[in-house]
Design a binder for this molecule. Structure first.
Ligand code: 13P
Length: 339
């Protein structure tokens, strides 16, 4: 491993004013997004849609430091035969790849999941590097139980096995000269309040960094992709933007070593504007040991998907919508966004 080079890529991924486009929806997830805009999820439509994003010159060159791709996309060519990876590189952005293979039920822990995909990962990373990927992503999913008996979920078992897999993945990435995005996502789907989210996320992050240390992952050569400390979607009491920002910063300061170059949040089901406002409010607090930016999927793509709706004539409108959201989040990454 060349740590200086890994650190350089990690810092480039969190360049002030820029952030990451998560365009790595699995075929199942992109189908759900396309169903919502009444577009068939064919290989060509998926290609056309992503080509539209990657050819959004303004967004890609000014506000998007890197793009997370799905396996299908990294091997696809644009309509004119140019590899999609090349479009990203030509815009001055860095190609990345989602390498986990989704989740499976965790034995002995009803309702909980473990992320899989470690088998043959070393070989796959080698091929992705040759194709141009310089960073990767692995997402662990931790649920917070809802309703009666909900204190039991997440179990410490689910937290430990997922942290262990994240660290295994991160170590393999660095050995392959690829920067790992370590994503332990605590879901915001339930009815829990912000303090319960804080408490669970703290346990998850502490365990994740413990495993990263045990497995000798170089913190300077990784990016953390966490959820924010936020109220569950179904919680009757929704925390304000300022409370989310203050609690998230306090939480991260207590768990994330300063050696980590950057933190790029997931949007996790927040609305476009909320995701921008939260990031902006955190950066306005300032005096942080790491750079804080976005690695949004839905919060960057909901608007362009709607504007495009599968019609070639709508490509310029889709690109405008994407560039707008990318610019707003770029401003938020330096605390310069105005509502
Ligand atoms: P969302 O921003 O839609 O949560 O997606 C980010 C991501 O990559 C989740 O793994």
């Amino acid at each position: 491993m060349n740590l200086a080079d890994l650190n350089k890529i990690a810092l480039a991924m969190v360049t002030p004013g820029k952030g990451i486009l998560a365009a790595d929806e699995s075929s199942g997830t992109i189908k759900k997004r396309f169903d919502a805009i009444k577009v068939d999820s064919t290989e060509d439509n998926r290609r056309d849609y992503r080509e539209m994003l990657f050819r959004s010159q303004e967004a890609m060159s000014k506000y998007i430091s890197g793009v997370i791709l799905y396996d299908e996309t990294i091997w696809q060519n644009a309509k004119d035969g140019t590899p999609l990876v090349k479009l990203i590189e030509q815009a001055g952005s860095i190609p990345g790849i989602k390498v986990d293979e989704g989740t499976q039920a965790l034995p002995n822990c009803p309702g909980e999941l473990v992320t899989v995909g470690l088998d043959k990962l070393a070989e796959r990373l080698k091929k992705y590097y040759e194709r141009g990927a310089r960073f990767a992503k692995w997402r662990a999913v931790i649920d917070i139980g809802s309703g009666a008996g909900s204190r039991g979920i997440p179990t410490m078992t689910a937290i430990r096995v997922n942290a262990h897999a994240l660290a295994r993945y991160a170590a393999l990435c660095q050995a392959a000269q690829i920067v790992p995005i370590v994503e332990p996502e605590v879901l915001m789907d339930g009815d829990h309040d912000i303090d319960r989210c804080y408490e669970v996320t703290q346990r998850v992050l502490n365990r994740t960094f413990q495993e990263l240390r045990v497995q000798r992952v170089a913190l300077e050569g990784m990016i953390l992709k966490p959820n924010m400390a936020i109220s569950g979607k179904k919680c009757p009491k929704q925390a304000s933007v300022q409370e989310v920002a203050e609690k998230t910063i306090r939480l991260l300061k207590s768990c994330v070593p300063a050696a980590v170059p950057g933190i790029a949040f997931l949007s996790g089901g927040q609305s476009d504007e909320e995701a921008t406002a939260h990031l902006d409010a955190m950066n306005k607090i300032g005096h942080l040991p790491w750079r804080l930016t976005f690695s949004y999927g839905r919060a960057l793509q909901a608007a362009p998907q709607k504007a495009w709706s599968g019609k070639p004539d709508n490509v310029p409108a889709g690109q405008r919508a994407f560039s707008h959201r990318a610019r707003m989040n770029g401003l938020a990454s330096t605390g310069n966004w105005e509502a």
